[in-house]
Design a protein around this ligand. Structure first.
Ligand SMILES: *Cc1c(COP(=O)(O)O)cnc(C)c1O
Length: 419
């Protein structure tokens, strides 16, 4: 459920007509609904609460805007960060350091030290050498790092190959079969408190079975680690639940996910950690754009919009579907290709889709753009960095400015020796 709906034929974000935002901020622009974020945060928390003690760390990479993070911090969410930059954002947004989990396959020693200095709650270790480095850095600082070992359960999440993370060939975690030996070696190090294990098999998982299979393997590992004398108090189950992108998509609900987790983990006796991203913010955002041209094509017309792959990369990256709607739809529909202005054929949002009839100058939106949208934006083709707006009831604020090409260019220089 989200708070983007038509009223008197005009698409609104909560109580704000989208044309009002377009007039003031321009297009393209991301628009987020605070009520939707809050609703999703609460629905997810209620869903996983049936599984017992838990901690929820929002996956910052899905939407790192500090206003979005502030909304979630107020809902009691912590953060799952994958870089020092994301860690600083989570802190700037008001998340408590102890509620922050540091994931990521390539944390540098400087990032590990920064996490320790900030006093973050948990490091998710991706390989033995990283754990050893963390132990050494923590000892040198006179600290103890709290950590879990990320395992790769070799389960196919059934998602797009480019967002799958839990198969043996993926770069994430240690092979689950090697985990007991690695865990034992890390647990013996000074400076490291190994309290559990972590798993995350991929994103946009549309079926609960692979998640349940992965969690069952983790449960067996917990039993094995305890039998070896280790104290396991935390298991991090990652994120990955999908959201509906097409109007008729049917995905597992957070409640069904929570019931599955409760069933699989009922005898574990641990605090469960969750790292949801997309399911919290995906449907809480849209990308608003304006039609520049409707260009005749040999097969069907091209709707050329002012948003492009640099603003919303998912279609170009993973052939992702984003539902397209006119902000003030008229009567008809037509079959069209929707493309952006960037000089790449992959700058295509949809081919041969039946959409609202639009004309040059019309406003339209790509739905479900709140996750992995603005955060992946670039300035390719010397386009501006897309701005972001947060709506709350009948008020709204620009929560990230449009960064103009001139500002980007100001950070570049021509060395004297070229003259
Ligand atoms: C990306 C990621 C998540 C969030 O994934 P979603 O599909 O957005 O829920 C959680 N944990 C880790 C380790 C990740 O890399």
């Amino acid at each position: 459920m989200d708070h983007f709906a038509y009223r008197n034929g005009v698409l609104h974000a909560e109580d704000v007509p989208l044309p009002v935002i377009a007039a003031e901020v321009g297009t393209p622009v991301y628009v987020y609904s605070k009520a939707t974020l809050v609703r999703h945060a609460r629905v997810f928390r209620e869903a996983v609460a049936v599984a017992g003690r838990h901690h929820i760390a929002f996956a910052v990479k899905s939407n790192p805007n500090i206003a979005v993070l502030r909304v979630l911090a107020r809902e009691g969410y912590g953060a799952d960060v994958v870089s020092g930059g994301e860690l600083d954002r989570a802190l700037a947004a008001g998340m408590a350091a102890e509620d922050i989990v540091f994931s990521g396959v390539g944390k540098t020693e400087a990032e590990l030290a920064h996490g320790l200095e900030c006093g973050i709650g948990q490091f998710n270790i991706e390989l033995e050498a990283e754990g050893a480095a963390l132990a050494r850095i923590a000892s040198a600082m006179g600290k103890t790092a709290t950590a879990v070992l990320r395992v790769n359960p070799d389960v196919d999440a059934g998602t797009h190959a480019k967002i799958s993370t839990g198969k043996a060939e993926n770069k994430f975690g240690v092979p689950i079969g090697d985990a007991p030996a690695i865990f034992a070696r890390l647990a013996a190090l000074d400076g490291l408190n190994m309290r559990g294990v972590a798993v995350h098999i991929g994103s946009m998982v549309a079926d609960l079975d692979p998640l349940a299979a992965a969690f069952e393997r983790v449960g067996e590992l917990v039993t094995e680690l305890r039998a070896a004398g280790h104290t396991i108090t935390h298991v991090d189950l990652g994120g990955g639940i999908g959201v509906p992108y097409r109007p008729h998509d049917r995905l597992p609900t957070p409640a069904q996910y929570g019931e599955m987790v409760a069933r699989v983990t009922k005898d574990w006796g641990v605090t469960l950690m969750f790292e949801p991203g997309r399911v919290i913010c995906g449907n809480a955002g849209i990308l608003m754009t304006r039609v520049i041209w409707v260009k005749p094509g040999v097969v069907r017309p091209f709707v050329v919009v002012d948003a492009a792959m640099n603003d919303l990369a998912r279609p170009a990256l993973y052939e992702a579907y984003h539902h397209f709607q006119a902000v003030e739809p008229g009567e008809g529909t037509f079959d069209a290709n929707i493309v952006g202005p960037v000089c790449e054929s992959t700058d295509t949002f949809a081919m041969g889709r039946t959409i609202d009839l639009v004309e040059p100058g019309d406003l339209a939106v790509f739905r479900t753009a709140g996750a992995y949208g603005a955060t992946m934006a670039s300035t390719y083709n010397s386009r501006a960095l897309v701005p972001e707006v947060l709506v709350d009831g009948d008020r709204y604020a620009v929560v990230a400015d449009r960064i103009l090409p001139a500002t980007i260019m100001a950070a570049e220089r021509v060395p004297d020796w070229l003259d």
